[in-house]
Design a protein around this ligand. Structure first.
Ligand code: HXC
Ligand code: NAP
Length: 295
């Protein structure tokens, strides 16, 4: 096993923290939840599908010995978010962290989208993050809780933009702006805001919608990544746990990219020269030097 596939923080790093993970019943949300539990947190996992959450609760409680509260909550609906916060407080008496992880996304040429399709993604990602952030933030400010942490999952196209996932890119850009804005505005209340921008981390939810059918084979994601591999769930969980923990107490308003260098490979003007074989460089150098002598 590689070092990055192993748990990173010392035992008890999240002891007695209560953390809500939206979309905590699948994919990356489940991986981060598992590690939070292993580090001693008490968690609430939320999504639209209560049955799925209940199954995951049993699985994770057995695996980690921790405490999980499953709560059905569509993040698009503020009343449901307020009820989810109340259920959290009724169960645990407090909440210390919010991980805005729930998302909706699918690939499509934008002109094929109905207005409702575009809205659906914006509502889950941007409005959902806003609903949770506002409800939890107001609560923390009202009760004068000394400290709290919000961690938002975005992605690298929050700042580059991306064709064919335009509603998601638009919404994630909004989430990143919210992260940086509130990091400043609510620091006086002791609330820290950070974001993680993952590159490709295979999950069923994302791959079914972003690489359906044989697109998986046609567009091998590894080839787009300088480190030539996709992300491992544990390395994301390590980063999320650190940003949720008090070890990162001075990190506020940051977005941490974890993508093996993927977005920079797409951005650098001459990165396509990666395709040039080593043995060609002697010839190319000679050609360049000869031009310099003549001019
Ligand atoms: C065009 C589509 C569509 C598609 C749905 N719609 N799928 N339009 N192409 N493939 C349209 C519908 O026709 C409808 O519009 C509107 O979108 C809403 O669809 P519903 O099925 O009613 O919505 P809902 O049941 O709320 O489901 C939301 C969903 C679904 C986003 C469409 O995929 C979902 O539940 N996703 C949750 C999980 C998820 O997406 N995970 C991936 C995250 S990955 P009309 O006009 O007909 O009413 C991720 C990775 C980012 O974010 C970065 C990767 C590197
Ligand atoms: P996933 O398994 O599909 O996770 C999405 C979660 O969001 C699901 O648990 C889903 O649960 C929940 N959800 C969707 N709509 C919701 C709603 N309206 N209300 C409440 N919950 C809702 O996909 P994933 O890959 O783990 O993605 C997790 C996060 O990582 C997302 O923010 C995604 O944008 C981000 N990300 C992923 C990748 C990647 O490569 N996987 C890369 C960059 C960023 P229900 O369906 O049960 O509601």
């Amino acid at each position: 096993m590689n070092q990055y596939q192993k748990p990173m923080l010392k035992e008890g790093s999240l002891k007695d923290k209560v953390i809500v993970i939206t979309g905590g019943g699948s994919g990356l949300g489940k991986a981060m939840t598992t590690y939070f539990l292993e580090l001693g947190a008490k968690v609430v996992i939320t999504s639209r599908n209560l049955e799925k959450l209940q199954k995951v609760t049993i699985e994770l409680e057995e695996k980690t010995g921790g405490k999980v509260l499953p709560v059905q909550c569509d993040v698009r609906n503020y009343d449901e978010v307020a009820a989810m916060l109340k259920a959290t407080l009724d169960e645990y008496g407090k909440v210390d962290g919010l991980l805005n992880n729930a998302a909706g996304n699918f690939i499509s040429p934008t002109e094929r989208l109905s207005a409702n399709a575009f809205d659906t993604i914006i509502d889950i990602v941007l409005k959902g993050t806003k609903n949770c952030t506002l409800a939890f933030g107001k609560h923390w400010i009202d009760i004068k809780q000394p400290k709290a942490t919000v961690l938002n999952i975005v992605t690298t196209y929050a700042w580059t933009g991306s064709a064919y996932v335009v509603p998601s890119a638009t919404a994630k850009a909004g989430v990143l702006a919210m992260t940086r804005s509130l990091a400043v505005e609510w620091a006086k209340y002791g609330i820290r805001f950070n974001a993680i921008a993952p590159g490709p981390f295979p999950t069923k939810g994302a791959w079914d919608r972003l690489l359906p059918g044989d697109l998986k084979d046609k567009f091998d994601m590894k080839k787009k990544i300088p480190l030539r591999r996709v992300g491992e769930h544990q390395e994301l969980a390590n980063l999320a746990a650190y940003l949720m923990s008090d070890f990162s107490a001075y990190i506020n308003g940051e977005v941490v990219t974890i993508d093996g260098g993927e977005w920079l490979q797409g951005a650098g003007e001459f990165n396509m020269l990666e395709a040039i074989p080593q043995e060609m460089w002697d010839m190319l150098e000679a050609m360049i030097r000869s031009k310099k002598r003549k001019s």
